[in-house]
Ligand binder design. Sequence first.
Ligand code: ADP
Ligand code: MG
Length: 477
Amino acid sequence: MDVYIHQNGVPLCDKWYTFKKDIFMKFSNLSLSKEMLHNLNEIGYKEMTAIQAESLPHILTGKDVIAQAKTGSGKTAAFGIGLLTKLQVKKFRVQSLILCPTRELADQVAKELRTLARATHNVKILTLCGGAAFGPQLGSLRHGAHIIVGTPGRILKHLKKETLSLENLDMLVLDEADRMLDMGFSEEINEVLDFAPQDRQTLLFSATYTDDILAVSKRIQKDAISVKTTSVETTNKISEYFYEVEHGSKLNTMVNIFSNFKPDNVIVFCNTKIEADEIANTLQDKKIDALAIHGDLEQYERNDVLVQFANKSARVLVATDVAARGLDIKELSMVINYDLPHSEETYTHRIGRTGRAGAEGLAFTLYESRQYDNADEYKNETRKFEDVTLLKAHSGFEMKPEYITLVIEGGKKDKLRAGDLLGALTGDAGLNGSSIGKIDIYDRQAYVAIENKFIGEAHKQLKNGKIKGKKFSVWTF
Ligand code: ADP
Ligand code: MG
């Protein structure tokens, strides 16, 4: 595993790290209490994971840290050990706040913190999440707590009602920050921060490292040390294939590519608007979920399409170059050039949308034999020009989206927030937070991605119930 530590983009000590790796990985090398070390040993944490080894030394000296590491890499214990070490148990006030995207994740974090806190007597950890009854939370808050774990919407509600005070807060953690942004929580997070003292330590944990995350870090952290652990370099890894196809067989070839490589999501680039619509329609006829986007769409139609593709309720987007401008999809598994691009530059731009964040990307380019000369210009040692007949045809292949988008006729102008929607969907024997995907809130409309099999339930829950005490019309595309 390669490990990078940066401050303001400058590597701090990667050489030193490799050199001292052995002692660096031991918890006993940190200034932790005897009780904490004993407990870590008891619960089977024999040595630090990479992200813990990289972040804990900084966290323990009180620095703000922005840490990126894959799921399952032990981020909870990284901030957990940090905040528990800092905690003054005798001072019975809320000293740490951990914001999480969903109730399930908050429960998991609270559970891990309780395990880590076993060695420290009388640490009170409280979860405050939307989708749970408000009353009992008031009761628990009256009894006091050291550490609060919760979702941004519900925390904000308590802060506004003054049932929770952050006056004594000295550690704030944003866990799964990327997911919180995806779920539309950025405004709530900002408002929660208005209640927090300036003089505090702020930790930000995320599985991905995007510009949005960096912007949040800039806004809420001071001189943050950035810590990344990755097993691959961050440059794009894209496998590029070229196929010569016979006139009229491009669509079938494309379907064969889908069935052979099974991409999660694909952008198909073509050169004209008419073609974009035709391709999307034909794919739909073939039970491949596709939407077209081009310059002829109205702004709102364009928005509907982009939201659905970005929140995983559409798997194939057929686009012209102009229409795809500004499209920011974090994880795109495949790009198809249905036609040869007009220039190498366009080609590079198109395929550069896949293979981000260390994941491997796939790029396919189709051309007809009469375009052979133009295609020839794309030849280099890494691009594979393969025989299209080697692509197996699979009959009955379908591509269905993972999510379906619920549209709510209400938005920012109605003061709707992600937390309200999440609350309305998960409250009263409603959905599990994990079945809810991305939430996008615009001025007059909100979009919520719901896992396919729960769409009926979600629709019913919102149609029959109220959001913020009001009825809104709700529909799916
Ligand atoms: P992340 O938040 O990065 O997705 P978690 O914090 O949920 O990951 O940790 C994943 C698993 O690893 C948990 O089961 C946790 O108990 C375990 N774990 C964390 N740190 C260590 C460690 N140092 N040694 C062994 N197991 C660990
Ligand atoms: Mg986690």
